[in-house]
Design a binder for this molecule. Sequence first.
Ligand code: SF4
Length: 88
Amino acid sequence: MFVRVTGDDWTRLGPDAERVAQFIGHRAYLRMERGHCAALEVRRDPDGALDFFCTIYDLRPQICRDLARGSPECHGERALKRSETLNR
Ligand code: SF4
């Protein structure tokens, strides 16, 4: 229940919706797999460094569009989610 998927998001995702999102109760969220969003692909570049790739970038949910990667808001959300996870 980290990334909310609205009805508009679900429509935009089209055939990818079932793969990357799921309903929990009457609300939809991105699926979490191996500790991260199911749409995230972790690759190794030729130098062996990890590279993080959003497989649905053009179709991503609105919250992913609103929260610029690396912005202060992004760091704040990450800290909040980390804290919430540790306190469960
Ligand atoms: S930007 Fe892509 S990989 Fe990141 S949370 Fe959103 S859908 Fe998942």
